[in-house]
Design a protein around this ligand. Structure first.
Ligand code: WT7
Length: 634
């Protein structure tokens, strides 16, 4: 899929920061910082000094078992300790750490000290449930304080968390739960969405029999939705009851730098989701450093990342990054346009948000309502804006810049992935910007655009995006699937480089323009959805024999699903069946898998060995030349 978003609006201006931005910035000289980043070990070890270590590392980077890189070897550290405990002996003790609000206007604030106590209580409670260092705890929760508390509680005692996005449904949920071997699952009675309550416990109830590893289900009372919690079974317990009477103090587990921190599932080219595994110290260093530099975090900032915690953006830049820097992080539960399309701007005004990090799909969505809503609110507290998840088309960039930033503040278009853990290609506030590009690799990051042999392609030419040197927050493996880790990311392009799975080109200034995925992964509203996962969900419907799925461009969501189906004899694709298929996919995968179009075919284009050629379907759909069809079966 090569959708070059840069051609839609011809915006050739270069946007430079004003003096105020430069004056305030931690990093004023971009080139010098990039120069410093060339000495990887020196650069990253300096950044690691910001934390409290129980024991210092002996080697910054161990490359002896490539691509199984190790960072800060033999160091001893704890993330939760550095994100929470460390601050309570400073003047941040009574500063708000988490500011939760939702579409109903409810509000809950936790200071660093209060958060510390809540984390400790939950950590003690998890231990009482038998959770030990190295065990996995899963969470299927809305954007609520208990989710952050539970994640930090795991981190404090060395348990590995695996958060499943609450917008995923039964099929996707079961698969992730079982792959992660989760012992405890934490869920809630529901989540607020557009004036309704979505019942999460119901999805858990429908899935749990297929999840044999789960011993206990903890249920957060969040919405007041009446649900059935069968405490007598000994398998389910309310969160409040679980932590009741627990001590607000809990000893911290000294973790090795390379001890697992979390597993987070993402989609790949096959039907099986990838369990991306991140470890402790390198992740901390990478995330804190990039957040500080890219969004220029200072005391007094109110940071708002609109991503769901169920995705990597939420992990790295809603919870861990901001708390590691001692910032206040705003957690918002609800849709951007409910109760009206001014909902977000109202929050910016009410709380005085200083840095806002969001996604192109949300901007395009809100853009439809024009400038009326942002103009109703005072947005002058904002200092820096950010974008992540897909290429931001210049129209959306300009709208964001004008209507939200009032042409005064820069937009950080950050390119990175679940696998990279941290920002990789991104401007910093003092960089000259061009709408539609994430600009240059950050200091310490060696990114390039190459051909299939691994040679750099000339400027302006398209190729594969690769990362040539290791970085601290890089994922260490795919959980339970080392072979796939090596084959998918490190083998296809020669030279031992990391293949990101994106197509890109570099312009005359070396700025990198991302042009979409090079594999069969769709990007729907900034969420990764694997074609194969959708195809197997279709095939599990009684009417479907075979299916092929491609991305179809969509003005708001970027891409939606176009499905080609072969139906069982006797079935016809009428409106009733289409509705039923949509319901089925929603049940299996959740609302992230947005169906744009379904078409019935008599046969699918396949290679002689039987592989579906999605490329042919894509070309046909876009009215393009079919390309090389020599391997196509008759
Ligand atoms: C894929 C990674 C990283 C957090 C959100 C998504 C696309 C992400 C950008 C950007 C162009 C982008 C890429 C990448 N992507 N950010 N700023 N410009 N494309 O994480 O689910 O792991 O998806 O999202 O295609 O490979 P993810």
């Amino acid at each position: 899929m090569t959708k070059d978003t840069s051609v839609l609006l011809d915006e050739k201006r270069l946007f430079k920061p004003n003096y105020k931005i430069v004056e305030e910035a931690h990093v004023k000289n971009w080139e010098a910082e990039i120069e410093k980043g060339k000495d990887l070990e020196k650069y990253w070890s300096e950044k690691a000094e910001q934390f409290e270590w129980f024991e210092k590392w002996d080697k910054v980077l161990d490359e002896s078992k490539k691509p199984f890189y190790k960072w800060f070897t033999n160091g001893k550290i704890n993330l939760a300790y550095n994100a929470v405990d460390r601050w309570i002996s400073t003047d941040k003790r009574n500063q708000v750490a988490i500011l939760y609000t939702n579409e109903r206007g409810d509000e809950k604030k936790l200071t660093y000290y209060e958060l510390y106590r809540e984390v400790n209580k939950m950590a003690n409670a998890l231990k009482n449930l038998g959770i030990k260092k190295g065990d996995t705890v899963s969470m299927y929760l809305p954007m609520c304080p208990e989710l952050l508390i539970s994640m930090l509680a795991c981190t404090k005692i060395g348990a590995v968390h695996s958060v499943v996005y609450s917008g995923l449904s039964v099929g996707a949920f079961v698969e992730r739960m079982n792959d992660a071997d989760a012992k405890v699952l934490i869920t809630a009675d529901g989540t607020f969405r557009r004036g309704k309550i979505i019942d999460l416990k119901k999805i858990v109830d429908e899935s749990i029999l297929q999840c044999p590893t789960i011993e206990t289900v903890v249920v957060v009372r969040h919405t007041g939705n009446p649900i059935n919690v069968s405490e007598l079974s000994g398998r389910e317990i309310l969160y409040d009851r679980l932590v009741e009477g627990e001590s607000g103090e809990c000893p911290v587990e000294e973790m090795d730098s390379e001890d697992p921190l979390f597993i987070l599932y993402t989609s790949g080219s096959t039907g099986k989701p990838k369990g991306v595994l991140h470890t402790t110290a390198g992740y901390m260093v990478g995330v804190a450093t990039t957040l500080k530099n890219v969004f220029d975090i200072h005391n007094g900032d109110l940071w708002w990342c609109t991503a769901d915690i169920g995705w990597i953006t939420g992990h790295s830049y809603l919870i861990y990054g901001p708390l590691l820097l001692g910032t206040t992080t705003l957690v918002y539960e609800g849709a951007p346009d409910y109760p009206d399309p001014g909902a977000w701007w109202k929050i910016v005004e009410k709380y005085g948000v200083t840095k806002l990090y969001t996604a192109p799909t949300a901007i395009r969505h809100l853009m439809r309502y024009g400038s009326k809503y942002p103009n109703m609110y005072n947005l002058s507290s904002l200092k820096i804006l950010g974008s992540v998840g897909e290429p931001i088309n210049p129209e959306a960039w300009m709208w964001f810049y004008k209507n939200i930033g009032k042409e005064k503040i820069p937009i950080m278009d950050t390119w990175w992935q679940t696998e990279t853990g941290m920002h990789m290609i991104s401007p910093i506030p003092v960089s000259p910007l061009k709408p539609g590009t994430a600009t240059l690799p950050l200091p310490g990051i060696d990114a390039d655009v190459v051909d299939e042999k691994g040679n750099s392609v000339p400027l302006g030419k398209g190729g594969y995006l690769v990362i040539k040197k290791p970085w601290p927050a890089m994922f260490r493996t795919l959980y339970n699937d080392e072979e796939r880790f090596i084959n998918v990311y490190w083998k296809e392009i020669p030279g031992g480089v990391y293949r990101a799975g994106d197509l890109a080109r570099k312009d005359e200034d070396g700025y990198i323009w991302i042009q979409g995925r090079s594999d069969d992964v769709l990007n729907i509203a900034g969420h990764r959805v694997g074609s194969a996962e959708v195809e197997s969900a279709f095939v599990s419907h009684p009417a479907v024999v075979e299916s092929a799925v491609i991305g179809k461009s969509d003005p708001i969501k970027g891409e939606v699903i176009k499905a080609f189906l072969i139906l069982k004899e006797g079935y016809k694709l009428n409106t009733t069946l289409i509705e039923d298929l949509k319901k089925h996919i929603r049940y299996e995968l959740g609302p992230v898998a947005v169906i744009g179009d379904i078409e019935q075919l008599d046969a699918l284009p396949k290679t002689r060995s039987g592989k579906i050629m999605r490329r042919i379907l894509r070309a046909q759909e876009m009215g393009e030349d079919l390309g090389d069809t020599s391997t196509l079966e008759e």
